[in-house]
Design a protein. Structure first.
Length: 532
């Protein structure tokens, strides 16, 4: 169910300029809980706690941008709604939401749950009996109702989705094709979900949990406020937080106009696996600090493009003075046929010209121009691999966080395998050419062209990879030998510091993580509310 933010809701949302010019009383209060981050983890936690009657303040680094300000200009929205970090050595891009609503504003709206094998792995790693699909079912249901999680219909199949179906058959795994669930009951089929939905039809935190929390009257939202470190003290090996140090930075100028401490009796970090670890690492007195951020998973993505003889998409239209692509629902199928044994899966990609231009930029100028003229004849799948890196740790350099990451040999072979299968699938579905996401890609026009690629050296530094499924860093566990937080999300060695995002995952989840993040956050917040 879409719940648009109303004027009464937005009166409780404060930006940097308001906080520095007359809204000081908002910062002077002592809140019951301070939640850091407004994405799928933070917004669900804040809303759940506020609905339980606790006085909650939600701190978000990005600005508030209402859906009416969104456009269908992909490059403009990418920079206004998101933020990119890079692993050390500039090898893999980490996509982060940088706006109120966090990653939900730019996700593809696909709702998935981890496979049974992943739940078994998590339960063994955490040593917790209640880490199971059955134990989380009520939380999935609560989130699903708020976001109108809807099973897609095959009647929505457009040509890009039909190609995914044909690829599954060409690879001999038609049973691996699954109709997806999405966070929408009224998609208009524009097809650019990753850049915010200007029609406000996609379920995000802006039209679900944030309005629910604000309607309670117990939620205050601070935007353009970067949480820098926790404020508190450590006594007898137990750390107790008293608040969060923030810097209020105007989004348009980058100017810091105010520094303050948001006071709270408990703190919930939900800024995503990368920034949650960074925030906790900046807090010098935390116990077990050496283990925070020590194993982060990317579950990276790669796009494979293919050129067909017939059009795949159609040209957009000008409606009410603005360009509307109308590419159809981006993904109604998930191809999971190789996930159990080969650890990768794919779905149809969101398409826009600049993306194709980047992926074929290695071509000579005339060839590049010819491909771009054939844009509507191209299709793409986004591959996701379930990784287990050789080395992966969040590091601080003078307060600035980075991810020191090295993929394992197994990760490399999974990536190679996924690209080979995607290329074979495209060729089997009738593609004339296939474009690999590599800095120096081979020419692929037939199955024989794949043999050379199967033998060539490969590493993440040669591939065009990105991650918006980053997880881990503060995994949950029975005790400090099994994890960094307990089953309630409380950081070991602290009295009142909690985590409520993908940082809690013991390993990569083998699925789009947003629904699981929200279910986990709902459980953490529900237990915290019951104990308060």
């Amino acid at each position: 169910m879409i719940r648009p933010l109303t004027e009464s809701h937005t009166r409780r949302i404060y930006g940097a300029r308001e906080l520095s010019n007359g809204a000081q009383e908002v910062l002077d209060r002592n809140y019951a809980v301070c939640v850091i981050g407004s994405g799928p983890g933070g917004a669900v936690a804040a809303s759940t706690l506020a609905a339980a009657g606790l006085d909650v303040v939600l701190v978000e680094r990005g600005p508030f941008r209402p859906p009416k300000d969104f456009t269908f200009q992909a490059l403009d929205m990418a920079t206004r709604l998101g933020h990119v970090e890079l692993t050390r050595g500039y090898r893999t891009a980490l996509l982060q939401g940088n706006v109120l609503g966090g990653g939900s504003v730019i996700y593809g709206a696909v709702a998935m749950r981890p496979p049974a094998a992943v739940w078994n792995e998590w339960q063994a790693a955490a040593g917790l009996d209640d880490v199971s699909a059955e134990a989380f079912e009520p939380h999935y249901a609560e989130v699903g109702a708020a976001l109108s999680v809807t099973r897609q219909s095959t009647a929505l199949e457009n040509r890009p989705n039909a190609i995914v179906r044909e690829m599954a058959h060409a690879l001999g795994r038609p049973e691996g094709l699954h109709v997806v669930h999405r966070y929408t009951a009224g998609c208009a089929g524009v097809g650019l979900c990753n850049f915010g939905c200007a029609l406000d039809r996609k379920g995000t935190m802006l039209n679900s949990f944030l309005p629910i929390g604000l309607e309670s009257g117990h939620l205050t939202v601070l935007t353009e406020c970067e949480a820098q470190e926790l404020e508190g003290e450590r006594r007898a090996d137990v750390y107790r937080a008293a608040g969060v140090r923030i810097a209020c930075r105007v989004a348009e100028t980058g100017d810091v106009v105010l520094r303050s401490v948001v006071k709270a009796r408990a703190v919930v970090a939900a800024a995503g696996a990368f920034f949650t670890s960074a925030l906790l690492l900046r807090t010098q007195d935390l116990p077990h600090r050496d283990r925070i951020g020590s194993k982060v998973y990317l579950q990276p993505h790669a796009q494979v493009f293919a050129l067909f003889d017939e059009p795949v998409t159609r040209r957009g239209e000008i409606v009410d003075g603005r360009y509307m692509p109308f590419n159809g629902v981006p993904a109604i199928y998930n191809f999971l046929g190789f996930l159990p044994d080969r650890h990768f899966w794919w779905l149809a990609s969101i398409l826009f010209p600049a993306n194709l231009a980047a992926f074929v930029s290695h071509l000579p100028q005339a060839d590049h121009a010819a491909i771009m003229r054939k844009y509507h004849y191209t299709s793409s799948v986004t591959i996701t691999t379930r990784d287990n890196p050789e080395r992966s740790r969040v590091m601080l350099d003078r307060g600035r966080a980075s991810l020191d990451f090295r993929e394992s040999p197994r990760d490399v072979e999974i990536l190679r395998d996924s690209l080979l299968h995607a290329a074979r699938g495209f060729l089997g579905a009738g593609a004339r050419r296939v474009f690999m996401p590599l800095l120096r890609p081979p020419q692929i026009g037939c199955a024989q062209d794949l043999d050379a690629f199967a033998r060539r050296p490969l590493g993440y530094d040669e591939a065009l990879l990105y991650s918006d499924h980053t997880s881990g860093g503060t995994p949950m566990g029975r005790d400090s030998r099994h994890g960094v937080t307990n089953g309630d999300g409380r950081l070991f060695g602290t009295a009142n510091v909690y985590v409520a995002d993908s940082s809690l995952f013991p390993s990569s989840c083998g699925a789009n993580p947003s629904w699981t993040i929200m279910a986990l956050s709902h459980r953490v917040a529900s237990r915290l509310a019951a104990a308060s």
